[in-house]
Design a protein around this ligand. Structure first.
Ligand code: FE2
Length: 267
């Protein structure tokens, strides 16, 4: 455990497993830490959990994120409120699980980071955010698997029912814009029988007879515990995540929740 000081007091660094880091503050504000430092910690840890920092007002939150880069503007604004709804149009606002994806797949610019602040949480009710480290999955893959992945691209299609939608084709293997290491861009298709707004995946570069098995084995690989950090939300958490190194999803809720997250995407 390392400690450091800001103008407002000591910070405690607590490593998470298998990756990620908690930085605890005692009275410091997020703006007391230089952005370059937080950016370096985020790239090193891939998920940075800030605890004990006061939350920001909605506009202040967007303005803070702007110190990291351009903030993605949705129709609903720069800050998306994620609150579980009873009759949602989109699965993101429902209480079931959210399969792995990266954020912003259906917008023109790929967000580098996403920021959450947790205004309310019901810790016993489930709904943990699960982050999977695709850089580790790539690192551990054998040469033949890597060669196969390098030849694959996937077209994802979904209808726009809330703040995103459309069609996008991505290579399975991409390069991290900050660290240069290979990353996997993989989103789990969403079955129309189970999810409010399905996402369809068309896989290019392998024999059609192998597609089903490819989708299943890739999802299983990324769900392995050694690649996943599971974040149980506490009120007051600020979480910064690397949207290129990781894919993420959410466990289903196990009961009623008052959870309220606000999210901003930085390009
Ligand atoms: Fe997401």
């Amino acid at each position: 455990m390392a400690t450091g000081t800001t103008g407002a007091g000591a910070l405690r660094h607590i490593p998470l497993l298998p990756f990620g880091r908690i930085v605890e503050a005692d009275g410091a504000r997020i703006t007391d830490i230089p952005t370059e430092k937080l950016l370096r910690w985020t790239e090193e840890s891939r998920v940075l959990v800030l605890r004990g920092f006061p939350l920001l007002e909605k506009q202040e939150f967007a303005d803070y994120c702007r110190t990291w880069g351009e903030v993605l503007k949705w129709d609903a604004g720069e800050v998306i409120d994620l609150i579980v709804e009873e009759n949602p149009k989109n699965y993101l606002f429902a209480s079931g699980d959210v399969p792995f994806h990266w954020d912003g797949a259906f917008v023109e610019a790929d967000p580098r980071f996403f920021f959450f602040q947790c205004l309310d949480a019901t810790p016993q009710a489930g709904g943990e955010t699960v982050f999977s480290d695709t850089t580790a999955a790539y690192r551990d893959a054998d040469p033949e698997t890597r060669r196969r992945w390098a030849g694959i691209s996937i077209t994802y299609t979904t209808d726009k029912v809330t703040h995103y939608g459309g069609e996008v084709t991505e290579n399975m293997v991409a390069q991290h814009p900050g660290t240069g290491v290979p990353v996997l861009r993989f989103a789990e298709p969403l079955d129309p029988a189970k999810y409010k707004n399905p996402v369809y995946a068309t896989v290019h570069g392998i024999d059609p007879s192998e597609v089903e098995d490819f989708l299943t084995t890739t999802a299983e690989l990324l769900h392995r515990p050694e690649y996943c950090y599971v974040h149980a939300w506490e009120r007051g958490d600020i979480v910064i995540a690397d949207n290129f190194a990781l894919v993420h999803g959410r466990n289903a809720f196990r009961g009623p929740t008052t959870r309220h997250l606000q999210r901003v995407e930085v390009i």
